[in-house]
Design a protein around this ligand. Structure first.
Ligand SMILES: *Cc1c(COP(=O)(O)O)cnc(C)c1O
Length: 381
């Protein structure tokens, strides 16, 4: 028997069979009525998932591409931009803005910290920046920031907020219009249950106005060109048409479940995973609260190499979980619970970790993790 595969990382995430089947449909032309209908449907559904009436632009790229589009459309060379970092992705956006010659005003926190609105307000007023780059769910640590309060600080200062919601949109609440978020960026391969390759940005009127004055060069990422083409039901360049067909199928599933139900499911899965890990005697790295609904970061017992654990799970059981970064790489592993994930994915992951930890010489009470995860899940739903 070929080895069964389990993809339990916080991106890419597993894809439902209906979505995979949609990927396998014959290729259609991107300037045809067939495509136009699917594309318009997908954009309309994206607006529902983004909770916005703003334009949502579709790019064929990973999430980073759509984030880069925000930088080149909103900023000018040498312009100050506040970039908040509390983990790997905030640091990536600092490097991105620096690569385009912007003056990065870094607001740095320790990995795993929660950014604070008063700090954002202070740095905004000191720097005179007109744009701020923020991360909603910091996937490297599992921290979901209180993005509503950070965006409020931006709005109070008249500053445009760009929010990396790549691992959060669809998993945890994000009210683009109600909270006044100017730009929300996400990708197809996380909570949107679609293979990697598409990325999206919603853009407020204020951000559109800013983009007309900003002078960084842009071509592939030109928002105005994308908007002009989307008005005709297409894109400026050949999009990943099969992914758009798949996305449309995935969005139908998400909206049929209902966003609130999806959010509640993610909370229940987070509780289950944390309860299971703790019952196994493991220490959590990600926060132990319902905010951490995207992934659970867990530390291996002292003396157990997290990389060796992960590779063994992959090679012996076909289970892929995520590792850690930097000085914590030897201890941290992360189990994703975003998108097409249910409680049995969690018990599978915990069960496999248990098997392998015992194999590696740790004392773990057999079955304790799975039992606790199931109990926490049952209590949550
Ligand atoms: C996955 C992820 C990204 C990177 O997206 P790519 O699609 O790999 O470019 C950026 N930010 C966060 C928070 C992510 O989780």
């Amino acid at each position: 028997m070929s080895q069964k595969r389990y993809l339990l990382t916080p991106g890419p995430t597993p894809v439902p069979p209906e979505v995979l089947a949609a990927m396998a449909e014959p290729v259609i032309h991107h300037r045809s009525p067939d495509f136009k209908d699917v594309f318009n449907g997908a954009v309309e559904r994206l607006q529902q998932v983004f909770r916005t009436r703003n334009d949502v632009l579709v790019f064929t790229s990973s999430g980073t591409g759509a984030f880069e589009s925000s930088v080149v459309n909103l900023l000018s060379p040498g312009e100050p931009v506040v970039v908040v970092s509390h983990g790997e992705f905030g640091t990536r956006w600092q490097k991105l803005a620096a690569a385009f010659g912007c003056e990065v005003v870094a607001l740095d926190y320790a990995w795993g910290a929660q950014p604070r609105a008063e700090d954002v307000a202070r740095v905004l007023s000191e720097s005179g920046a007109r744009v701020a780059l923020l991360v909603h769910s910091e996937t490297s640590t599992g921290v979901v920031s209180d993005i509503r309060s950070l965006v409020e600080a931006c709005n109070d200062a008249g500053v445009i907020s760009v929010v990396d919601a790549i691992s959060s949109l669809g998993a945890v609440p994000l009210e683009t219009d109600d909270w006044g978020v100017d730009v929300v960026v996400t990708g197809s391969q996380k909570a949107l249950m679609t293979p990697p390759g598409l990325a999206f940005a919603s853009i407020s009127e204020r951000a559109w106005a800013r983009s007309q004055e900003a002078t960084l060069p842009r071509f592939y990422w030109d928002w105005a060109n994308a908007r002009k083409n989307q008005a005709k039901g297409s894109t400026p360049f050949t999009p990943a048409t099969s992914l758009v067909v798949a996305l449309n199928a995935a969005l139908e599933l998400i909206l049929a479940e209902g966003l609130e139900s999806a959010h509640a499911r993610h909370v229940a899965l987070g509780r289950a995973c944390r309860a299971g890990a703790k019952a196994m005697g493991l220490e959590l790295y990600s926060p132990d609260n319902d905010g951490a609904a995207v992934l659970t970061g867990i530390l291996t017992p002292e003396g157990i190499d997290a990389v060796a654990l992960r590779l063994a799970l992959r090679d012996r059981y076909g289970i892929t979980i995520a590792g850690g970064h930097g000085d914590i790489a030897g201890r941290l592993f992360r189990i994703g619970h975003i998108g097409y994930v249910d409680i049995f994915d969690i018990t599978t992951a915990l069960g496999a970790v248990e098997l392998q930890l015992v194999e590696m010489g740790t004392t773990v009470q057999r079955g304790a993790g799975g039992a606790a995860a199931l109990a926490a899940y049952a209590a949550a739903v």
